[in-house]
Design a binder for this molecule. Structure first.
Ligand SMILES: [Mg+2]
Length: 203
């Protein structure tokens, strides 16, 4: 199977360390189960400041500091050994390629993938403020790549992107998180982590 794999909150835990830094900086109390939905709720922090924080954290050591989910590297290795073709496809900007590939190499998983795709500058919506969450243009970019690469399935956590992929005929393994619990689709299969993916693909 040709499988697309998102990175943030699929390969590596991202939202929780991000929100911990956010909460510390703006003195915001996090819920019991923190997730991206926190930023849509009433944090008391102005939207423009949330944008500035995102730009600032992405330009810091943040991406290099993430940790892969414990069972991810071994399952990726098993998938490759079973003949599956893996493609890392992230909506991180293309300018994050060095930090992204360096991190994937450090974690021992870069070579499991046929390629690493990051979102080209031209695919960002120029009408969106810099640093603003922009799932619609990311969904278009990932659907386009899924079609170009003839992917059969995609590991994803974002709700808008997952629905767009499913609508485009792609099987989605949706990594369960508090921000995506409201979506369902006949081509979306919710998974609790990499061991679930391994089970579904018979490795
Ligand atoms: Mg993600």
């Amino acid at each position: 199977m040709r499988l697309g794999i998102d990175i943030d909150d699929v390969v590596a835990e991202c939202a929780v360390p991000y929100l911990r830094r956010f909460a510390a900086e703006y003195d915001v109390e996090l819920p019991h189960e923190p997730g991206w939905q926190v930023l849509n709720d009433r944090t008391g922090v102005p939207e423009e400041e949330i944008d500035r924080f995102r730009t600032r954290i992405y330009e810091s050591d943040f991406f290099g500091s993430l940790e892969p989910y414990a069972d991810c590297p071994v399952v990726l290795e098993q998938l490759v050994q079973a003949g599956h073709e893996l493609y890392f496809i992230t909506a991180r900007a293309e300018k994050r390629r060095v930090v992204t590939e360096t991190w994937l190499r450090e974690k021992g998983i870069l070579d499991h993938a046929k390629a690493v795709h990051l979102k080209p500058a031209g695919d960002f919506d120029p009408a969106r403020p810099r640093g603003r969450y922009d799932p619609d243009s990311s969904a278009r970019y990932k659907v386009r790549l899924a079609e170009e690469l003839a992917l059969e399935a995609f590991c994803e956590d974002d709700r808008v992107i997952s629905l767009a992929l499913a609508e485009a005929g792609i099987r989605v393994f949706l990594f369960d998180h508090p921000w995506n619990r409201d979506i369902a689709h006949e081509r979306i299969e919710r998974v609790r982590g990499w061991s679930d993916v391994a089970g579904k693909l018979g490795v």
